[in-house]
Design a binder for this molecule. Sequence first.
Ligand code: BES
Ligand code: MN
Ligand code: ZN
Length: 493
Amino acid sequence: MKVTFSPPALPKKGCLVLAMAEGPEWGASARALEKHGVDLKAAAGVHGFKGRKDETLSLLSQGKYARILLVGLGKAADITLQGIAEAGGAACAAIPAAKVAEVSALVDLPPKSKTAPADAEAHFAQGFLLRSYRFDKYFTKTPKDKRPVLNHLVLLCRDEKKARRAFAPLLAIAEGVFFTRSLVSEPANVAYPESLAKECQSMKSLGVKVDVLGPAQMKTLGMNALLGVAQGSANPPRVVSLSWKGGKGAPLAFVGKGVTFDTGGISLKPSHGMEDMKHDMAGAAAVIGTLFSLAARKAKVNAVGVVGLVENMPDGGAQRPGDVVTSMSGQTIEVINTDAEGRLVLADMLTYVQRKFKPRAVIDLATLTGAIILALGNEHAGLFSNDDKLAEQLFDAGREVEEKLWRFPLNEAYDRQVNSSIADMKNASNERVAGSIYAAQFLARFIENKTPWAHLDIAGTAWAKRDLPLTPKGAAGFGVRLLNRLVEENYES
Ligand code: BES
Ligand code: MN
Ligand code: ZN
């Protein structure tokens, strides 16, 4: 969808969206519409529209307009930029995309609002855009009248230049989210290690350095934990490093679990619902989308993204339960359960990223455990960290962009459970308790020299089971807005 910014003149026709604070607080735009013969007050009164947050009212055939949509911003005192973006999302969801090609939108902030109009307009546009995402490339038979035609959003602004400037980084972030969503949505016969690595090459045009390792190089580097996971698949693994240099000093590192399909391996998963395991590369996709956004908005930061791309399959060469592998760190791992493969992949990626890039901090994202869904459902992702400051920065960023995190404990008592009777550690325990903490504690053994590190278990949040304010049902792109906010607030010079 194209998003443009124009002077505030009311459009002559089409679909008009009007956002306002609770009351409703009729602003200048509503008054201007009255002159066009549109009595919004009467219509809102009849329908009981109050302008509550994300409340919408669709009014058909108003004066010269085919459709006017009112959308609430909520109580004047509670309005935030995130809330305005969500109202944009609500507006998008209320417009039939198969019937309306172009939408014009006005954001009427309440009097004395501390929010700058240009920021409000830019965030409204971003929210609308984020909610408009569709992954429909595989439908070949959609009837003409059901095909989406919505392709243009025009923000009517008092200062369109300012709004356009405020929107530029928000567009870069939305494009990163879309990139992530598309990678996660693709089925595993399309998105496999080699093809994902190829997708990453497109980021070169943004100034991102892209390095790809194949199995031979991985073998030389000693990445046997990752290679063990890959050995049961006909699709060879890849490790992709993406590096963006926009600032000074040691980079911030992002690491992603990129299991392009997780059958469980020899510890095979039940078939019911197994198709969801094409999402098991959502951590890697979030890292790729984040690097895309950072580069697209020319963020003043040095950042590197490393993703381990493998397919976990059970062929005759597959790794067996009980096998012992030597990870790149030199530590040995007993593979109790071949379905606890993400931590094996991440182990080597954590070692690699620390030794190669000497980062100031490492944040990994992974659809790591079913247990995190038992604990937190789909509302929060799990946060684990050895560093209170980093944990707090992430927690705050998550709250601000509504990609919420909840912190879990790590400690020596949990760490002891990771010991094996035959090797340095085992990848899973036989006790079915605290599974997400166990996995995080396993990862912690690969952090060197007290490097600040955080692990985000996004198994419950990577895929939206229902529509969310900024996310239509489906791949959420969880992590991209969160990490961009983290960087903006704490790491950009
Ligand atoms: N990819 C799964 C975790 C997962 C489960 C993600 C459900 C999304 C939805 C992971 O590789 C896995 O299989 N974890 C096991 C670990 C266990 C064998 C110790 C799990 O959570 O059951
Ligand atoms: Mn698994
Ligand atoms: Zn997995």
